[in-house]
Design a protein around this ligand. Structure first.
Ligand code: BTN
Length: 338
């Protein structure tokens, strides 16, 4: 275990620990302890340093614990999860599992981390991944039917995330096509699917979920869209290990269902939690922006857009969606008459 990780474990309960006590517990000098404290602060943790008392976390942290997560899985999920790796820090849980997919013929491999240095978001964006209480989880799964059968998978995963949030007390999360999880228009979670292997034959998919549970405001200030976190919404502390287990159960059930019958068993919930349906939206296509009224999704996962008296289907990929804040400016952006 690295020094910073060991010190975080010692501070996790939120009680004061003196510098000498931390030095003694870790077998390191006070300077090394101080440097490790600074590195924890730099990755997002708020740590108080009080002369004569030592160091204390601003808030206790429930660190991710492999055994606790495994113990909380239902038996089907427990069987499906072949491997669960918990990292203190990592470049990206998705990138890690893409490496695994290239090296091993495994499925049901899970990777979670306390923080990511190069968290990946959709469309080449960064996913800001500070230490201190969020969740960064990836699941590697092998699909026998090949990539062409996977249209809509990201929507199924999004529904699974909302199911888990509802099981954990949050009833008002919504879905923004193709797979953003929103709360009152603020981003609560994001999903990134990445493919490893052949498009034609059996393929491995890495499904990454970033969920804001307790997001440190200072580190999140670089996020370029409105965001929120679960603890602010619920106004209480969340058990990250229980939530992770619950999310994993829903993810595994969702991929299993999806393999059997595509999006069929997800359609009703999508419609119920759809943040866009009935709203004027703008789609940024490679060919330029397109305006219309969102009319839900079809069984292939395509967005239905009512436009010029017809219903168009748009598949995910290079398109993005923004809720129209001002109708006039949207129509202006599309070059259409208001
Ligand atoms: C988005 O842009 O909305 C998708 C964000 C996905 C972030 C998650 S965090 C766990 C996994 N590892 C990554 O590097 N990205 C995904």
């Amino acid at each position: 275990m690295m020094l910073a990780q060991t010190i975080l474990t010692l501070l996790a309960d939120g009680e004061f620990q003196s510098g000498p006590a931390l030095g003694k517990a870790t077998g390191c000098s006070r300077t090394a302890v101080w440097k490790a404290i600074q590195s924890l602060q730099n990755t997002g943790l708020e740590i108080y340093c009080v002369r004569g008392k030592g160091y204390r976390l601003a808030q206790p942290v429930e660190l991710l614990n492999r055994d606790r997560i495994l113990a909380a899985l239902d038996s089907g999920t427990r069987q499906a999860v072949q491997q669960l790796d918990v990292y203190h820090e990592i470049h990206s849980t998705n990138a890690r599992l893409l490496e695994v997919a290239r090296q091993e013929n495994t499925s049901g491999y899970v990777c979670i981390a306390e923080c990511q240095h190069m968290g990946r978001g959709r469309r080449g964006r960064q996913w800001v991944s500070p230490l201190g209480g969020n969740l960064y989880l990836s699941l590697l799964w092998r699909f026998h039917a090949g990539a062409t059968s996977l249209g809509g998978l990201s929507l199924a995963i999004a529904v699974a995330v909302v199911r888990a949030l509802r099981d954990n007390g949050l009833a008002s999360a919504q879905l923004k096509w193709p797979n953003d999880i929103l709360l009152d228009g603020h981003k609560l979670a994001g999903i990134l699917l990445e493919l490893a292997g052949e498009v034609a034959g059996p393929c491995a998919v890495v499904m990454g979920v970033g969920l804001n549970i307790r997001a440190p405001a200072a580190e999140m200030s670089v996020v370029d869209q409105p965001w929120t976190d679960l603890e602010s919404a619920l106004k209480k502390t969340v058990s990250r290990n229980e939530l992770t287990a619950s999310l994993l159960c829903h993810l595994v059930h969702a991929v299993t269902d999806f393999e059997r019958q595509g999006l069929t068993s997800f359609m009703d919930e999508w419609a119920q939690w759809d943040a866009l349906a009935g709203n004027e939206i703008i789609l940024d296509l490679p060919t330029g922006p397109v305006c219309g009224v969102a009319r839900g999704v079809d069984e292939s996962g395509a967005l239905l857009l009512a436009r010029n008296g017809e219903l168009q289907r748009h598949h995910s990929g290079e398109v993005s969606v923004r809720l129209s804040a001002k109708r006039e400016s949207l129509l202006g952006a599309c070059g259409a008459e208001p």
